[in-house]
Design a protein around this ligand. Structure first.
Ligand SMILES: NC(=O)c1ccc[n+]([C@@H]2O[C@H](COP(=O)([O-])OP(=O)(O)OC[C@H]3O[C@@H](n4cnc5c(N)ncnc54)[C@H](OP(=O)(O)O)[C@@H]3O)[C@@H](O)[C@H]2O)c1
Length: 320
């Protein structure tokens, strides 16, 4: 089968599409014929071997895991002999956390991992990126920030994968939502449900008069220190991007500053969030925003675009 492979850290050009062995499912795994996959900022980090201290886990001099790709959507083709939750022919979607090989024709996924039945209304392209933006942002809003009905949240980086998901999810949770993005993305952020949109090119939200119950900095371009004056007395600063400053504040002010990573949360907790997301997508309350779609053969170009930091929503690799 065809799969994306990288054997050295580096720029997008280190990626090759190679013929590799088709995997065989273990007793608790399903074999999925991938119809669409996603690439995320996690893939960039794995490919670059950054941050450098991460190489202690990823491989000191070269990557231990040579596969790429995080989100997936496809059809179950084979099941291990202990599979109870899925059957051959099921359309499923999910995520192999930590960039684990979804940019390929087939993958094996543990039935207790991040995998669920794909809502019929969604195409494979729409389903593949759900677990990056939506699962991460739902985890942050519901469990980490504990966003309540009637509260006011500010989402910084409202046009990214996590941001476009967070705007919609915050509305589902009954919050008032302010989105921060550049002028070219204000119409989209408004259309996704933001009550107020701030163009970061014109206005510095940290200097405003409004105080927020939650500041969710999805892109890590702000900080707790910068936002202190716009966070309400019982408010909280949450971010999926770990900086040294956030690490220190989250240790010394754990009620005020919170970092989390989807990959370190317990699988049953993530599965519970995923079930709720599945229903919200089935009811057409949520929608995935896709910026660009590439073929697997053009994965290098997809990574080049991802690396610009300008993507709007998600990048999908279509593998019909
Ligand atoms: N902890 C976790 O579990 C976890 C999980 C998933 C992702 N992440 C991390 O979360 C971060 C966000 O990922 P993502 O995929 O959502 O990002 P992304 O889609 O790559 O973000 C790109 C968007 O950010 C906007 N942006 C850039 N600079 C900005 C600024 N100064 N203010 C506001 N918006 C700005 C860009 O819009 P303009 O072009 O208009 O500026 C663009 O639309 C990444 O660092 C990723 O590694 C963490």
């Amino acid at each position: 089968m065809k799969a994306a492979v990288y054997t050295v850290y580096g720029s997008p050009e280190v990626i090759q599409i190679q013929e590799v062995d088709k995997p065989t499912p273990k007793p608790n795994e399903v074999l999925i014929n991938i119809k669409a996959s996603s690439i995320t900022r996690a893939d960039t980090m794995m490919r670059q071997g950054k941050p450098k201290f991460g190489r202690l886990f990823m491989g000191l001099f070269k990557p231990k895991n040579t596969a790429l790709g995080t989100g997936f959507s496809g059809v179950v083709e084979e099941v291990g002999n202990q599979i109870t939750q899925f059957k051959i022919g099921d359309a499923v979607f999910g995520e192999k956390l930590f960039s684990n090989g979804t940019n390929a024709e087939y993958i094996c996924v543990d039935q207790d991992g991040i995998i669920a039945l794909k809502p019929d209304l969604l195409s494979h392209e729409q389903a593949a990126p759900i677990c990056d933006g939506f699962l991460t942002s739902y985890s942050f809003l519901k469990d980490i920030a504990k966003l309540q009905f009637g509260q006011h949240i500010l989402v910084n980086g409202a046009s990214g994968s996590l941001g476009t998901a967070a705007i919609q999810l915050a509305k589902v949770l009954g919050a008032t939502v302010t989105g921060v993005c550049s002028a070219k993305n204000t119409a989209l952020v408004k259309a996704l449900g933001a009550d107020v949109v701030i163009d970061y090119g014109k206005t510095d939200f940290t200097k405003g008069q409004t105080r927020y119950d939650v500041v969710y900095d999805t892109v890590g371009t702000s900080s707790y220190k910068a936002c202190k004056n716009v966070i309400s007395d019982n408010g909280v600063f949450v971010t999926p991007v770990l900086s040294f400053e956030t690490l220190i504040y989250s240790l010394f002010k754990p009620k005020k500053v919170k970092f989390s990573a989807t990959g370190i949360r317990k699988r049953p907790d993530l599965k519970a969030l995923l079930s709720e997301l599945q229903i919200l997508f089935e009811q057409e309350i949520l929608q995935t925003h896709i910026d660009k779609t590439y073929k697997l053969e053009h994965l290098v170009e997809a990574h080049q675009y991802l690396e610009t930091g300008r993507k709007v929503g998600n990048i999908v690799i279509s593998q019909p």
